[in-house]
Design a binder for this molecule. Sequence first.
Ligand code: GKR
Ligand code: MG
Length: 419
Amino acid sequence: MTVQITEVRITPVAVKDPPLLNSVGVHEPYALRAVIELYAGPDLLGLSEAYGDDPSLERLRRVAPALIGLDPFDVHELHRRTATALGEAPEDMPTDMIGPPSASKTLAATFAAFEVACLDLQGRAIGRPVSDLLGGAVRAAVPFSGYLFYRWAGHPGHPDDGPEALTPDSIVDQAKDLVARYGFGSLKLKGGVRPPDEEIAAIRALRAAFPDHPLRLDPNTNWTVPTSIHVGTELAGVLEYLEDPTAGLEGMAEVARAVPMPLATNMCVTTFEDLPAAIEQRSVQVVLSDHHFWGGLRESVILAGICRTFDLGLSMHSNTHLGISLAAMTQLAAAIPNLTYACDTHIPWQVEDVIEPGVLRFVDGSVPVPTTPGLGVTLDRDALARLHEQYLTCGVRRRDDIGYMRSIVPSWSGIRPMF
Ligand code: GKR
Ligand code: MG
C-alpha cells in the first residue's frame, strides 16, 4: 500500500483557561495549542496537537513543506526531514516548567508534533488503534489523577468562572468536586504557590478527606533544598511522591537522600541526555514522561524501557491540552506496561475542545482506550474554526504566566525559589 502525505495544515487555536496559580505566576485567560492535520489524499487524515505559541508555530511551519511526499510509516525519514528543515532554529520552549530549552528538545518537540499525526495516519490506513502500533494495549483504560490548583475565582476584569481556592479547606472542596465528577482515584496538588506550611496543611486536609487516595505535591522548584527537606519530612507517609521540589539534579539528589518518599520530575530530567547523570546521582525516582517534548510516542516507549532497566518509576506530565493530546496520551499510556502511576491531565480545567465529544470520557478516573483506528478521535470542524477565530482575536501569542501576574501584582518577580 502506498501512502504519501499530500497536505499539511497547522491551525493555531486559543482556549479559555481559568486563573490557575503556579510557582511562577498565573494562567492567562487563554491557552494556545496548534492542531496539525496531515492528509494522505482527500480521505486519509492524521491528527496531532502541539504547542501553539509563536516560536513553536514558526518551527512547525518551517518543517511542513518538507513533509509533502513523505510516507507516514517512515518516521525515521520524518525525523531527518524535520532536523534538516529546522536547521539552526532558535532554542525555545513555551514554558520553563518543562526544563531548559535545548536544540535537541526543540527538535524533539517539533518532530513529536508530526510523529503523532503520522501514527494516527498509520493506524487509520491499516485500521488499527495507535496503541497497537506501540506494542499493544496492556490496559483497557488509563487512570488519570485529579489535578488540584490554587486559583482565583476569576481573571481580573472577567466574570468569576469558579470557586476561589486558596486555603486547605477550599482545596479539599475542589478535590471533592473533581472526584465526584471524574472519579479520580489519586490527587495532585500544584504547589509552590502558598507558603510551604500552608501547602503541608492542604495535603494533610486532603489526606483526612481522602484516606485512601495517593497524593502528590508539585511546587515546580519553588523551594530551596532545606525547605524541600522540611516539607518532605513533615509529609512522611502521606505523599505518593514529591514532584520537583527544588531545581537541578544536585539539589534533587540532596533532597532525595533526606526525605522518605520518591522524588518525581518533569523539570530536571526532560531529555535523554539528562538521564545518565540523574541515574548516577539518584536525583529522581519517578520520571514524568510527556510525548510533546520527549520526541513523540515511540521515543516515550524507549524512555519507558530505560526507566524499567534502571528501576525508575514512570508517570506522565501534562500542560494545558485538548482532546487530541488526551487521545495520544491515552493510547501511549495503554501500551506501556511499567507506566503504573496515574497520569496527569489538565482536561478538567478545559471547557473547550477541538474534537467531537463522546469518544473520550472518564469512568472512575480512567479514560477507556479508544479501539477504533488511529488515535480514535475526530476533529470538530466548527469548534476548530471557532477556536481559531478566538486565537486571532485573543491577543495571546506565547504563554507568559510571570508577565500576566506582574500585570496584576506589579511587584511580582516570579523568581524561584521563593520559599
Ligand atoms: O500549567 O501551571 C501549569 C502547570 O504547572 C504546568 O505548567 C506544569 O508543567 O503541570 C505541570 C507540572 O507538572 O509541572
Ligand atoms: Mg510537575
